[in-house]
Ligand binder design. Structure first.
Ligand code: ASP
Ligand code: MG
Length: 461
């Protein structure tokens, strides 16, 4: 049995959805499909919370738009009849629940993490019901199960939950295993689970990949396939470096590092639930389903030049916390980190020296991070500095830490194009080396490193 994840990027428009469902029907009998919300729906659900807060008069049109979006696809892909009617009834039932939640929000005048998670989970619920109904209307055995009903158990942390894999596995073996013996196509909404106390909790944006990995681990699937509209991991962003090549095989660690700071192919936490069961992940392009894609396994396969990919992220910023004797004084780092954590902001990475702690943030969090530290009393630092005009470059490949000359090769490439390196992190991850450059130097640095590690093939005459 396979577990297959279908991302929101593939669930866009009736033509594309129709094509995906043909693939599901022809390849997916006996498999479990973990699905995202239709393209744009999660954003819409979240944005609509502020419009409901602003004016409750906006709520009917929010519900209306969600209805139209899903019914348009349903009517296009299903013949008239019972199944379409049942779908319409189910959808209306869910929409009226959602409507009550938006009114509740506008009545209490506040968005709590709890209500945010409940509301944002609706997109996946709609899509799982829709896709299984379409297949059923074509005479194919398909159904869905909601994560909260089959015991996909989380630790209850709103917006960033972690699954209790042992408990979930037990529940799935009981609730799902018998169903799968019937060679049915089963849809499970991604993105959320339920805590022991019955709270709906999401895994953070893009979290359906993580859900799919949980389902694959709990069901001991033969493989986790992730269906997307790209071929897989590349040796660099092809928009940046046109000669970039597909990476056919990579390890869990390499994929995790690449997902964290660069190629947004998988959610960074996707490999976590799979480490123990060692289920492999195959990234597949739905537009090229017979292509090999990228396969991610528990072990790395070394390539000749060690490096598999040069990735970059320009949506980052740095806060430099200047203080003397950072390395010798107890507790500064923890004070600073605590302040940031209490403001609900994620620190992506930290580098410290004797005189300075450098904190790396997603660009959108930089200002709030700055404000949080500015407001500290007493201030454990001398000066705060905010740097926005930087981008992060990472080179990723198993064995990079132990192999002589990799860092030298990377930085000589950068130096040859006269780019200044601002900050380096080498060592914490055995498979990745990170550094910062100015935004204006990013393209040049990435191209130079890629050329060094992946020399262009000579053209034969
Ligand atoms: N629909 C959710 C999001 O947009 C989860 C996912 O698609 O992975 O973040
Ligand atoms: Mg996604």
């Amino acid at each position: 049995m396979k577990v297959i994840k279908i991302g929101g990027g593939c669930l866009k428009g009736r033509k594309k959805i129709g094509q995906i469902l043909e693939l599901v029907a022809s390849r997916g009998s006996g498999d479990i499909f973990v699905v995202s919300a239709l393209n744009g729906v999660t954003d819409f659900l979240i944005d609509s919370m502020s419009s409901a807060l602003e004016d409750e008069g906006n709520i009917p049109s929010i519900i209306d738009r969600l209805n139209t979006k899903h019914m348009l696809i349903a009517r296009h892909l299903m013949p008239k009849g019972n199944i379409l009617q049942n779908f319409r009834r189910d959808l209306n039932k869910s929409l009226s629940k959602l409507e009550r939640l938006y009114y509740g929000l506008s009545f209490t005048r506040e968005t709590t993490p709890r209500i945010r998670d409940i509301i944002s989970s609706f997109g996946e619920r709609f899509s799982a019901v829709l896709l299984s109904s379409v297949l059923r209307s074509q005479g194919i055995q398909a159904t869905y199960r909601m994560p909260d009903k089959i015991g996909l158990i989380t630790d209850g942390k709103f917006g960033d939950a972690t699954v209790n894999l042992a408990e979930t596995t037990k529940n799935f073996q009981q609730n799902i295993k018998p169903l799968m013996k019937r060679k049915i196509i089963l849809f499970i909404p991604g993105f959320f689970g339920v805590s022991g106390e019955g709270e709906i909790t999401t895994f953070g944006r893009g979290g359906s990949d993580y859900s799919a990995a949980v389902v694959a681990a709990a069901m001991q699937a033969e493989i986790l396939e992730v269906w997307k509209d790209v071929d897989g991991y590349m040796s660099a962003d092809p928009d940046f470096v046109p000669e970039a090549q597909l990476i056919p095989r990579l390890s869990y660690d390499e994929a995790a590092e690449l997902s964290y700071f660069g190629a947004k192919i998988l959610h960074p936490r996707t490999v976590e639930p799979l480490r123990r069961s060692r289920v492999s992940i195959a990234v597949k392009n739905t537009l090229n389903p017979d292509g090999t894609g990228s396969v991610i396994t528990s072990r790395s396969r070394k390539t000749k030049n060690i490096i598999k990919s040069v990735s970059h992220d320009s949506d980052i910023g740095i806060l430099k916390v200047h203080a003397s004797g950072v390395g010798a004084r107890l507790g500064i780092l923890s004070l600073v980190a605590k302040e940031i954590a209490e403001s609900g902001i994620n620190i992506k990475s930290v580098v410290t020296s004797q005189t300075c702690i450098s904190l790396l943030f997603a660009l959108q969090d930089l200002d709030s991070g700055f404000r949080a530290l500015k407001s500290m009393h007493p201030k454990p630092y001398r000066r705060l500095e905010k740097i926005e005009d930087v981008a992060l470059v990472s080179i990723v490949g198993g064995g990079l830490l132990q192999s002589k000359g990799v860092a030298a090769k990377c930085f000589s490439a950068v130096a040859e194009c006269e780019v200044n390196v601002e900050m380096i992190s080498f060592g914490p991850s055995p498979v990745a080396l990170y550094f910062l450059v100015r935004n204006e130097d990013l393209h040049c640095a990435v191209t130079a490193i890629h050329n060094k590690f992946f020399p262009k093939r000579r053209q034969t005459l």
